[in-house]
Design a protein around this ligand. Structure first.
Ligand code: KMH
Ligand code: ZN
Length: 432
């Protein structure tokens, strides 16, 4: 099964120390990765397989004799004979230094990542001893499927090999040209940027609009103007914001619903938003949900906290919104839930089996959380609304490079970026 993990934990002995100062050599960690790959392949294929190549190897911190190292391997994708794996080794106990007894050691409260790698192993077809459906549930029994069959099974929550819906958040409401010269403002600029993002792999444009001077507006006329300009350039699903900018009244925020877009964001609770408060009272959420229902708009349920998922489920139980639900876990807003792997792992357990979910993470967490969501079978939103930088110190030239990176990652683990038609089917747009 994609996502399967195996773990080894062992103590580095004096025999493992190779360099001065009891330093363990990197090859020792690669031997651990090799053992992990072997175990994973045996579990999947009943065969040890062969290691073919490492794509990346990073040595990130020193390991000494006496350290306890925990190493994991995770299955990223499965081809006809190839199995792509991600490895990570963490130091969990370290021998104490600096004048203490030689037998002193400390348990690390935060494990230290000492090495990471991605590699591919091969199990020849005639040596594969497990039926393919064991690790590709949902695929018919029989001969191993072609790569095309692996990447296009029917959509669904557990569909980790299905297409991924990428959303581009290209304007936002809280950022300015002073922060990035790549913020599109005019209808023509926004439309060009939407088309670039579609080209890069986005199916949905999450949309805020501005006046030409950069000020925020939720005017339905301005939304209509920008949406028309986008539609002339590309076929993306348009998802206007009903969050607007911090401090806007709810009725103002509802402005774009007059344009009857296919989707719109519906914010599911109040949070501290940096030093501001982003207010979404329960009555206001219901008012916006009712307006969306009247206009035939599918809400994307923006959840910045665990309790927001519960609120969305309550809305569904009341009949204010219709299943199947589509959740966006917005992670890393200062004052709300952090962007962490265990948060995603937990939040996805809260959504109903027929729901879809994605992750939108703020700032430097955008890339790792996007990749995590893609690995876990979710969808993802990227773009300069949430993150200005391609990497530390390097502004992204608009949102398209961020989309392209997410799309490339998805393809690298066997998931294809959905085009808008496929995204409509995955998200059941128009079926509510
Ligand atoms: N501008 C943020 C306060 C949304 O688009 O629905 C809210 C926001 C959420 O951007
Ligand atoms: Zn927004």
């Amino acid at each position: 099964m994609i996502g399967t993990r195996v773990t080894l934990r062992l103590r580095m002995s004096a025999q493992d120390a190779h360099y001065a100062g009891d330093l363990v050599d990197g090859a020792r960690l690669l031997a651990l990765f090799g053992d992990l790959a072997t175990e994973l392949l045996i579990r999947l294929d009943g065969d040890e397989g062969l290691f073919r190549a490492y794509e990346t190897i990073e040595f990130l911190a020193p390991v000494f004799a006496g350290d306890f190292v925990e190493a994991t391997a995770e299955l990223l994708s499965v081809g006809n004979t190839s199995r792509k794996l991600r490895f990570e080794a963490r130091k969990v106990i370290t021998s104490a230094r600096g004048g203490l007894a030689p037998s002193a050691a400390d348990v690390l409260s935060e494990p230290i990542v000492v090495a990471r790698a991605i590699g591919t192993c091969v199990v020849p077809r005639d040596l594969q001893r497990r039926p393919r459906e064991l690790y590709m549930p949902g695929l018919p029994a029989g001969p191993p499927p072609t790569p095309a069959a692996i990447v296009t099974p029917p959509a669904g929550q557990g569909d980790v090999t299905g297409d991924v819906v990428l959303t581009a958040a290209i304007v936002g409401a809280e950022l300015t040209r002073a922060q990035t010269p790549h913020l599109p403002l005019t209808p023509a600029e926004v439309a060009d940027e939407a088309a670039r993002c579609r080209e890069a792999g986005a199916a949905i444009i999450h949309l805020h609009v501005r006046e030409d001077d950069g000020s925020n507006t939720q005017s339905s006329e301005r939304f209509a103007e920008v949406m028309d300009a986008i539609r002339r350039k590309c076929d993306c699903i348009l998802q206007p914001s009903t969050g607007g900018a911090v401090g806007m009244p709810t009725d103002v925020r509802a402005g774009p619903l007059a344009c009857r877009p296919e989707m719109a964001s519906l914010n599911c609770g109040t949070i501290n938003f940096g030093d501001d408060v982003f207010v979404n009272s329960r009555p206001d959420i219901r008012r916006l949900a009712a307006r969306m229902r009247e206009a035939g708009v599918t809400p994307e349920l923006e959840c910045y906290e665990v309790g927001h998922v519960e609120e969305a489920l309550a809305l569904a139980a009341e009949g204010a919104i219709a299943a199947p639900l589509h959740f966006q876990f917005v992670l890393g807003v200062k004052g709300a839930i952090p962007a962490r792997e265990d948060v995603v792992a937990f939040m996805r357990t809260l959504v109903p089996p027929d729901a879809t979910w994605g992750v939108a993470a703020i700032g430097r967490w955008q890339q790792p959380m996007t990749e995590l969501a893609i690995r876990l079978g979710g969808h993802a939103r990227v773009g300069i609304e949430d993150n200005l930088y391609l990497k530390r110190g390097l502004l992204s030239e608009g949102s398209a490079p961020l989309v392209a990176r997410a799309a490339e990652y998805a393809r690298s683990i066997g998931r294809l970026p959905a085009d808008p038609a496929r995204a409509r089917s995955i998200l059941n747009l128009g079926a509510r």
